[in-house]
Design a protein around this ligand. Sequence first.
Ligand code: NAD
Length: 343
Amino acid sequence: MPAIWDLPDFDSHEAVHVFDDRATGLKAVIAVHSTHLGPAAGGTRFWHYADSQAAITDALRLSRGMSYKNAMAGLSAGGGKAVILANPQRAKPQQLLEAFGRAVDSLGGKYITAQDVGISEADMVAVSKVTPHVAGLPDQGGDPGPYTARGVFLGVKAAVKHALGTDDLHGVHVAIQGVGSVGGGLARYLAAEGAKLTLADVDAQRAADLARELGGQSVAADAIMAVEADVFSPCALGAVLTEASVAALKVRAVAGGANNQLATGPEGRMLADRGILYAPDYVINAGGIINVLRHIENADDAEINWRIDAIAGRLAAIWNESDSTGKTPAEVADNMAQKLIGR
Ligand code: NAD
């Protein structure tokens, strides 16, 4: 196993903390990528990993992602991420959550945690009994989904403007993959402005019901990326943009809320070569974190709204720079983010 500094995802993390609490069985990693702009903020993932190396790699990758996302959202927050290594039974007793809370607390506010995959609102409330360094609790704004959905909607509109040259969504066809909290909210905003919708979800009934309600169509989950449309909006899983799926796309733009859409990275160039506009995921899907971290900025609802509105302008700036330099939107966004965090 290589030393932690030599891991491909290390990327000069400021610190990587490893916790092993014998009494409760807690094994956790808290990765602090950058505190250049403020305390490192990012959720806690509770996951059963194949081995501890996989857990460290995940923490590093996600933590760097949070640095970029928070910086590009204009927040006074750095980037970090925690992972708790679940046992095969995925047991999550109260004592384990409290031990994790003590681990977060031991960093003295350098890392602020929040919900992520495998961690419920109630789990975070339990963590917050032990440490104040928790964001996004039910009484602080709660579910980030609706805020993310609004930001993604504004990003889709910006993509339509840049790729199709129109502000008018009437008849603009958007194919949405995944109609949960983010994709479902996006569909409603789009329907309200007259867009034509094709929806898909592994829960086919969910997609069909929403399509019926909004006057759109639904297709099988494995057919959505081949739909001929103006915009493809991934709002389910990450890594959906692969060499094969990009080659099969029949759209002018990809703009959606899912995290880590580019499977390996070079797909960003493939999209550009095919003339498909790409909205970098961590820029377009920042609405949720903008609300979750509202207390860091002391932001009221009006401020949260304008910060989410600013996502559209940020995307336009990325696309304009991409057009003038020949760099892909993903490269431009990464460069902007790196500059913001002083790298
Ligand atoms: P969700 O669980 O509410 O919805 C996801 C939906 O996708 C579900 O309806 C699920 O059935 C469906 N789905 C899963 N696999 C699918 C597949 N292969 N094809 C089609 N549909 C599939 O989750 P969400 O909160 O809406 O998040 C969606 C995506 O956005 C995730 O990638 C998440 O990481 C990302 N994201 C969410 C937020 C947020 O605030 N909720 C913020 C940033 C990023």
